[in-house]
Design a protein. Structure first.
Length: 348
């Protein structure tokens, strides 16, 4: 079994949902992870911002506009009245739930519940569409198996146990659909794996079920050798080692969530980056084989803080770096890069 993850653009319209449905049904029994339709999570963040600021009118207006967009998608997507009715009921329930937060106090907890609605809606739409097409698809609720522990790290044992139980319960399905990004935390509250985290969901599932492959389907034909949003004429890189891919993602290659490679690497599961708009393009294969030691790609990232620490007392001294790093540890501040000389240390 493989894990196939589709990002926001890949399921961003009725047409795209139809194309993804065609693509996944042609590939047999796999587990399909979906992001929210493109723009949805950003809009949910916007709604939450209004609610934090007690701008109830702003929130309601934005909720209504987003709901109208979903209603148009439903209109375009389904051909039977039954499917249309079921989808309308499900989507309206999500929007009414979001509206219920305009009445009470609004904190981080409520925001996370709002943010979870995007993936709940995209998976509901896809599942109803597949059923309308006669596919025996089963929706696996991520909130019942995806969980983080007290350190906000994935609780691998729990995930494996609960996922296995879900599969046992729904044997013989044509394919399985589930939500990316959303989870519960150690206290059972609704939480998420950070923005862009659906990639992480896919690799956590891949590791939990020991999948044959994890496929990340997006809007570009693999990891390019530079950021195509800023550089013209970039080319896809056909193969990368797990570590190269992880490092590129960590240092800004937005095509992958920075943490998504680790579970795949630990379980030696190949990750393939593929293009939903161009399904036959080879994309990028990320695996444990190292090809020639050449520079494969360049990545960049904004909002970096660089700190230069100089000390006249560093020459031939010891224990200086320990003191510096202790301070970062106390304040739980991660360091990306470090350069040292005899008189100073620079960290980002
Ligand atoms: P999805 O919604 O499918 O998760 P993302 O927007 O998160 O998709 O990631 C895909 C985007 O990543 C591409 O459209 C591209 O603009 C951007 N990107 C940044 N750096 C790279 C890179 N080195 N190679 C490919 N895409 C990149
Ligand atoms: N929908 C979430 C986001 O926009 C997660 C994801 O797409 O991976 O960040
Ligand atoms: Mg992404």
């Amino acid at each position: 079994m493989k894990v196939l993850k589709f990002g926001g653009t890949s399921v961003g319209s009725a047409q795209r949902i139809k194309e993804v449905a065609k693509l996944v049904t042609a590939r047999g029994c796999n587990i399909i992870v979906l992001s929210a339709m493109s723009g949805t999570t950003n809009t949910l963040v916007e709604i939450s911002d209004y609610l934090y600021k007690k701008n109830i009118d702003g929130a309601k207006e934005t909720v209504n506009a987003l709901e109208a967009k979903y209603m148009r998608t439903i209109d375009e997507l389904y051909s039977t009245p039954e499917a249309k009715e079921e989808a309308t009921r499900e989507i309206k329930a999500c929007f009414n739930y979001i509206r219920s937060f305009t009445k009470d106090i609004f904190t981080l907890f409520e925001e996370k519940e709002i943010l979870a609605q995007g993936e709940l809606m995209s998976t509901a739409l896809m599942n109803i569409y597949l059923k309308e097409q006669g596919v025996n698809s089963v929706l696996l609720p991520a909130l019942e198996y995806m969980r983080t522990d007290k350190n906000a790290e994935p609780d691998s044992q729990y995930i494996r146990q609960k996922l296995t139980a879900q599969f046992d319960k729904h044997q013989g399905a044509d394919l399985y659909i589930t939500q990316g990004y959303i989870c519960r935390n150690a206290y059972g509250e609704i939480d998420n794996l950070q923005r862009g985290g659906s990639d992480y969901t896919a690799s956590l599932i891949g590791a939990a079920i020991n999948a044959d492959e994890i496929e990340i389907w997006t809007d570009i034909d693999g990891m390019h050798n530079n950021d195509p949003r800023f550089v013209e004429g970039t080319q896809p890189v056909h193969q990368l080692h797990f570590e190269e891919a992880a490092e590129l993602a960590y240092f800004g290659a937005k095509i992958l969530h920075p943490t998504c490679i680790l579970p795949a690497k630990l379980n030696n599961i190949p990750v393939r980056l593929l293009n939903t708009m161009q399904p036959d393009a080879p994309g990028t294969l990320i695996h444990n084989q190292q090809s020639a030691h050449i520079i494969k790609a360049v990545a960049a990232k904004d909002n970096i803080t660089a700190i230069k620490i100089k000390s006249g007392r560093m020459l031939l001294a010891y224990g200086f770096l320990r003191k510096v790093f202790e301070i970062f540890e106390t304040y739980q501040t991660p360091i990306d890069m470090i350069a040292t000389s005899e008189v100073g240390v620079s960290v980002t």
